[in-house]
Design a protein around this ligand. Structure first.
Ligand code: MN
Length: 294
């Protein structure tokens, strides 16, 4: 099943070029009061929600996909975890280019560990990217994103995939420079998830997915998740050896070679085989904010 969030926090199921509006299925989620739980309530209750969708979908309203403004398929991840240099050829390109490494020592992922991006950086494909620091290099990174479905603490790689709710395309937008990764990669809109959540039953092997990104029609990154240094099971094992993974936690698995700058007015087209294609518009934070304030 392909589940999307769209417009004013509505829930949809993708059916070809249409979205079936199954927002009513959110009633299957138990209401949570303050303090909010450390997990995403939709993902934590995805079985109950999909069960309810089964009863609703035949009688629900439909709209054309292009009429829907797609939001992040996970609204409230407790953690957005990301893998640094996790494709061999990307490691080589970073080591070879001072504009990418900025004299910061680049370690193999097993030494460097993982890093966290702010949850406030998260948007969906329909919301677009608003770039800051336009005097500096802002890069696209296309990545397979894994959404955790079940609590996972010190899980072995053999059991890891049983803890996955589904997958989406992730964009890990990055200001290049010497600061900590979490700082440079966490401005608002610098994490894009979409176009929707493809449930794990549709992706038996996340280690064989073609992924690519085009900017203004030009292919910039094109690879396959078979080239990941640490694959999805290994990343879940590694992450859960340090912290408990909760339903809705997102793991961005790392980007292949070909990272390059994006600028306001660029149009990004990102695709992962089996997960869909998403179009994301790039603008400047200063312009959009300035216009609104004015
Ligand atoms: Mn990345």
């Amino acid at each position: 099943m392909k589940l999307c969030r769209f417009n004013d926090n509505r829930l949809g199921v993708i059916d070809g070029q249409e979205v079936i509006d199954v927002t009513e299925a959110l009633d299957a989620i138990p209401r949570s009061g303050y303090p909010l739980p450390p997990f995403d309530p939709l993902i934590a209750n995805i079985e109950a929600v999909t069960h309810r969708i089964g009863a609703l979908r035949g009688q629900s309203k439909r709209l054309r996909l292009e009429e829907a403004c797609l939001l992040s398929p996970v609204a409230n991840p407790g953690k957005v975890i990301a893998a640094p240099v996790n494709y061999r050829k990307h490691l080589e390109e970073v080591l070879a280019n001072a504009d990418l490494h900025h004299d910061v020592k680049i370690n193999h992922i097993e030494k460097a560990g993982l890093f966290l991006k702010a949850g406030s950086s998260l948007v969906g494909a329909g919301q677009g990217i608003q770039l800051r620091k336009l005097d500096r290099r802002n890069d696209h990174e296309v990545e397979l994103a894994v959404v955790i479905g079940r609590t996972a603490d010190r899980i072995s790689r053999a059991e890891a995939l049983q803890h996955v709710a589904g997958y989406c395309i992730g964009l890990d937008i990055t200001i290049r420079g010497p600061e900590e990764r979490s700082f440079r990669k966490s401005p608002d809109t610098y994490t894009v998830l979409g176009p929707w959540l493809t449930t794990a039953d549709e992706i038996p092997d996340p280690g064989r997915l073609d992924l690519q990104i085009r900017v203004n029609g030009e292919t910039r990154q094109k690879s396959n998740t078979a080239d990941l240094i640490l694959g999805v099971p290994e990343l879940i094992e590694f992450a859960s050896s340090f912290y408990t993974l909760q339903p809705g936690d997102v793991i961005l698995t790392g980007t292949p070679e070909g990272v390059s700058p994006i600028r306001p007015s660029d149009v990004i087209l990102a695709e992962i085989k089996g997960l869909g294609t998403m179009t994301v518009h790039v603008s400047a934070r200063t312009e959009t904010l300035g216009q609104r304030v004015a």
